[in-house]
Every structure is written in structure tokens, then in C-alpha cells.
Design a protein around this ligand. Structure first.
Ligand code: ATP
Length: 519
């Protein structure tokens, strides 16, 4: 396998477009930035991912129920949640290049490129000079130059965080000026003031007055919080229990890069677990372990996943971590697990004036439950599974010469097409008729494709690129003894089986229960 190719994001983007997994939105008009459409195979894979999540969370947990809340909500929801006042990015424009940046990212990039890199260089020099005996920790805690540089980093970050927390945008700008930060495009220091930019998209409601502003939800979670009491009253659940939801969310991301990693319209799979105050830690630990098992069951190597505990917590959280995946551009957040205390329910209770409380069975006291949340982006998960599945290995061509093969080694339960039915040649009507009959029989059980065009080797390659785990080939022998070959995508091994076994064998091997049973 040529590993360097596997890690290129551009290869995955091209593959997605070429095969019909993902297209850029409104491409005929030049493409809408950070918005994407899922094509014929993309929608199948995405639906399978959602099914895996839904079944693992809702079907496998007696104490989790589902919800499908609307995208539009009463605007007060976003006031209570803090999104109207605090869901902001500090932005700055360069007047010469007309490019817009997140002020905090400009400062962080400065730290990385102008200071941290120098520290790393000295460490590398030390390692080269002293080899095995070099003690990095000791070096960093004693080397005067490195200590001075680290102190400078700490003082910049301190000042930036203080200014951001106090909403002192003038000082954020002053910091950019004091550090002599230039625009990466124009090299100029001709900056505008720093402004707060709200990440929520808004639109007018039916009345079209200025009070009538509606927001496109920036997260699905709030639909769960405001329905908490409805679900509690109607589902016969007791604390602890959870509400799960899959749905669209919208964020006006300023720096939208890296394909479907950061989009303006995306899908979230979120679950809010309501617990008795004081019991949040035990459920936080449960969900942390369970969600990691969910990822590992897909065959993702442990090395490509890691926990990243948050050192600084949002004001509403008493614990938070990310599950990070090693994307082609490095380890980045794939999923968040947050212990959100009673912040959200309390905020809605205060603003709405409605009690969002339950009664303790023993003490009969009423309380606002605490919440542990798991939140994963469906699109980010799509990119993670595709980055892992996209591989280049070798397969023999018609003359037996080994050639590069692009293959999506997707878990069979997630593959868009489970099985392709291929008559070995199309000129032989007996074969094509038999193949059609098999296709028509098995299509009730799973998604399959009939393909008779091109040489058989090319058809195998086509299915490999889609990630189809099984190919059924109908040949002369099929007519004689009612057997076919079944080819497995990764090993390319072929086995001869009776036609009557096709449906059973493929069904068993692509069954989503194979994943769920590992949880
Ligand atoms: P980031 O720090 O990368 O902006 P976040 O911490 O704001 O992410 P959350 O608000 O915790 O993200 O959202 C939960 C999940 O939703 C994320 O882990 C991610 O998988 C997904 N997500 C968030 N923003 C986007 C986006 N713009 N495009 C695609 N997925 C997203």
C-alpha cells in the first residue's frame, strides 16, 4: 500500500466527486463555499452511519428515546442558551487584501510560527546532539532561551484570553499591533477594528417585523432541552434517561476549510442524558467509554483515536472532552462529550417561567436534572470513516500483472452497496438472465447492483472503489450446477457457493448487528 497517498485529503475529495459520494453545493454556479451535497453513494453511506448511531444509542439502550425537533425554534431559546449573546467569533479584516480572519487564530498562528517553532528547533538540535540521553523536560525547564520564549507565549495568551473574556476587542486589536502581526496574504498591517461576529444564521418569520427574527439552529441539543418535560411526561422514562436526535445544524463559520470537516450546514447526532445531580461523573465515564467502543467497533485502529480532556471548561460544564480522530490533516475533534450540569434546563426554566423539574422518588424533592451530552458531527464521521477506508493496494489485471487498485475498505455494514451481481460476459443471454434472476431475488434484503458492462476485472475495480464488500459472478458453471462465485473485496478471494446461499451469506456478513454486538 502506498501510504503517502492514503493521507492526502485531496485524493479523498477527488474520489468523492468522481464516484458520486459528495459534490460541492450549487456547483453549476461556481459552488457555494463550505456547503456540500451528498450524491447517490454518499447518501447511502451517510444513512448507514446514522442507522449505526441510532441503533447503538436508542435501540440498544432501554433508557434512551428519540426525538425529531424542528430546525426553527422560538428565538428565546437562543437567548436562554447563550447563543444570541455569546456564540461569537472575534473577526478582523485586512484593508489591503480584503481578507477576513479570526483575531484569536491570527494571534495563535503568530505564537506557533514565531515562537513555538523556535523552541521546537532548539529541542530538535538538543536531540540530535545528545541522542538518547537528551531529556526534553529537563531542557525545557532549564534552558534560559526556551524559558523566556515560553514566558512570552504565556503572557500573550493571558492577555488575549483576558481581553476576549472581558469583551475588550480594542485590546485584542492592540495585541495584534503590538506583536507586529501582518496579513498572511498582503503582508500589510493595515487592520480594521476587531468585531464580534455571531455564528448563527437568521431569517425573518412570517410577520416580517424586526422582532420576528428566526434563527437556523446552530446545534440540535436545544430542541431536546425544551422538549425535556414533554418527553418525560409521555415516555414513562425515569431518571436517568436520555433523548437522542439526528438533525441539521447551521453555523456561519468564517474559516471554512478542510472539505466536510467544517461546513456551514451540517448534521449532528446528539444525545442528552438526564441524571440526578451528583451522579453526572459516573455517567460521563460511562458515555466516554461507550462512545469510544462505538468508534473501535468500526475497525478504526486505536492509534487513530484519542481523548482530549478540556483544561479550560465552558462556564456551564463541569467536565468535557473531545474524541479526536487522526484526519489526513492531523488529530482534530470528531465528537464532544460534555457534562453540562443543569445549566441549559435552568436557563430555559428561568426565561420561560415553566418548571423543568422532576421529583425524586425517595425524597420527594423536586430538582432540575444534570445533563451529560454526547455530540458527534455526522459529516465529520463520514470524513473519518472515508479517510480510514480509502486505500491503495495492488491487484492483478487481466494478464496477471499487478496494478494499483483504489479500494474503500469500509465496514460491510456501512458500505453503500452490499453486493454486485455480475454475469461474467454479457453476450451470453443464459448468463445475463440468470444473473438478473439472482439480482431480483436478493434485492429485497439489501442494496445491490447489477452490472454487465466492461470486462469482469474492470467491474471488480469499479465495485472496489465504491467499497462494495461482495461481488457475485455468474459463469458457465452456474448454468450447469447452480453455483456462483462470491468475491470478497479486501482479500479478493473467491469462493464457490450454491445460488440458494447467496442471500443468506451476504445478509449475515453485512448485518449491522455485527457492529452492535461489539458494543
Ligand atoms: P470546533 O471546535 O471544531 O468548531 P465545536 O467544539 O464548536 O467544534 P460542538 O459545538 O461541540 O463543536 O459540536 C459537536 C460536534 O458537531 C463536533 O464534534 C463536530 O463533529 C460537529 N461540528 C461542529 N461544527 C461543525 C461544522 N461547522 N461542520 C461540521 N461538523 C461540525
Amino acid at each position: 500500500m502506498t501510504k503517502d497517498k492514503v493521507t492526502e485529503l485531496q485524493d479523498i475529495v477527488s474520489h468523492c466527486k468522481k464516484l458520486g459520494f459528495i459534490y460541492q453545493s450549487s456547483e453549476v454556479y461556481g459552488g457555494l463555499s463550505a456547503v456540500y451535497d451528498y450524491g447517490p453513494y454518499g447518501v447511502l453511506l451517510k444513512n448507514n452511519l446514522k442507522e449505526y448511531w441510532w441503533k447503538a444509542m436508542v435501540q440498544m439502550h432501554e433508557n434512551i428515546v428519540g426525538l425529531d425537533a424542528a430546525i426553527f425554534m422560538d428565538p428565546k431559546t437562543w437567548k436562554a442558551s447563550g447563543h444570541v449573546d455569546a456564540f461569537n467569533d472575534p473577526l478582523i479584516d485586512n484593508k489591503d487584501s480584503k481578507k477576513r480572519y479570526r483575531a484569536d487564530q491570527l494571534i495563535e498562528d503568530y505564537i506557533q510560527n514565531k515562537i513555538q517553532k523556535k523552541i521546537d528547533k532548539d529541542v530538535a538540535k538538543g536531540q540530535k546532539r545528545f541522542g538518547e540521553s537528551f531529556d526534553k523536560v529537563q531542557f525545557l525547564s532549564t534552558d534560559k532561551r526556551s524559558l523566556d520564549r515560553q514566558a512570552k507565549i504565556d503572557s500573550i495568551l493571558n492577555r488575549m484570553n483576558k481581553a476576549l473574556n472581558a469583551g475588550d476587542l480594542a485590546d485584542v486589536k492592540q495585541l495584534i499591533i503590538d506583536l507586529d502581526i501582518v496579513c498572511p496574504h498582503s503582508g500589510s498591517k493595515n487592520w480594521t477594528d476587531v468585531r464580534q461576529f455571531n455564528l448563527m444564521f437568521s431569517t425573518q418569520g412570517g410577520g416580517a417585523t424586526s422582532d420576528d427574527v428566526l434563527y437556523l439552529r446552530p446545534e440540535t441539543a436545544q430542541g431536546i432541552f425544551v422538549n425535556f418535560l414533554n418527553v418525560w411526561n409521555t415516555s414513562r422514562q425515569k431518571i436517568p434517561f436520555g433523548i437522542a436526535q439526528i438533525g441539521k445544524a447551521f453555523r456561519n463559520e468564517i474559516v471554512a476549510r478542510q472539505f466536510i470537516f467544517r461546513m456551514r450546514e451540517f448534521e449532528q447526532m446528539e444525545m442528552q442524558f438526564f441524571v440526578k445531580p451528583g451522579e453526572q461523573k459516573q455517567f460521563y465515564d460511562y458515555w466516554k467509554a461507550f462512545r469510544m467502543r462505538w468508534h473501535l467497533a468500526l475497525g478504526t485502529p486505536q492509534d487513530n483515536l484519542r481523548f482530549h480532556e478540556h483544561e479550560t471548561l465552558a462556564h456551564y460544564a463541569d467536565a468535557a472532552l473531545d474524541i479526536e480522530y487522526n484526519f489526513p490533516f492531523g488529530f482534530k475533534e470528531l465528537e464532544g462529550i460534555h457534562s453540562r450540569t443543569d445549566f441549559d434546563l435552568k436557563a430555559h426554566q428561568d426565561l420561560s417561567g415553566k418548571k423543568l423539574q422532576v421529583q425524586d422518588v425517595e425524597s420527594k424533592e423536586s430538582y432540575v436534572p444534570f445533563v451529560v451530552e454526547t455530540s458527534i458531527g455526522c459529516d465529520r464521521m463520514f470524513l473519518a470513516i472515508l479517510s480510514q477506508a480509502y486505500q491503495i493496494d495492488e491487484a492483478p489485471d487481466a494478464k496477471g500483472v499487478m496494478k494499483e487498485r483504489v479500494v474503500l475498505k469500509l465496514p460491510p455494514a456501512l458500505a453503500p452497496v452490499k453486493c454486485a451481481v455480475l454475469p461474467v460476459v454479457r453476450v451470453n443471454e443464459a448468463l445475463t438472465q440468470k444473473a438478473r434472476a439472482i439480482f431480483n431475488e436478493i434485492k429485497y434484503s439489501f442494496n445491490c447492483q447489477y452490472d454487465e458492462k466492461d470486462a469482469i476485472g474492470r467491474r471488480y475495480r469499479r465495485q472496489d472503489q465504491l467499497g462494495t464488500p461482495y461481488c457475485i459472478t455468474i459463469d458457465e458453471q452456474t448454468i450447469e450446477d447452480n453455483t456462483v462465485t462470491i468475491r470478497e473485496r479486501d482479500s479478493m478471494q473467491q469462493e464457490r457457493i450454491d445460488v440458494t446461499m447467496v442471500e443468506k451469506i451476504v445478509s449475515e456478513r453485512v448485518d449491522i448487528r455485527n457492529l452492535l454486538k461489539q458494543l
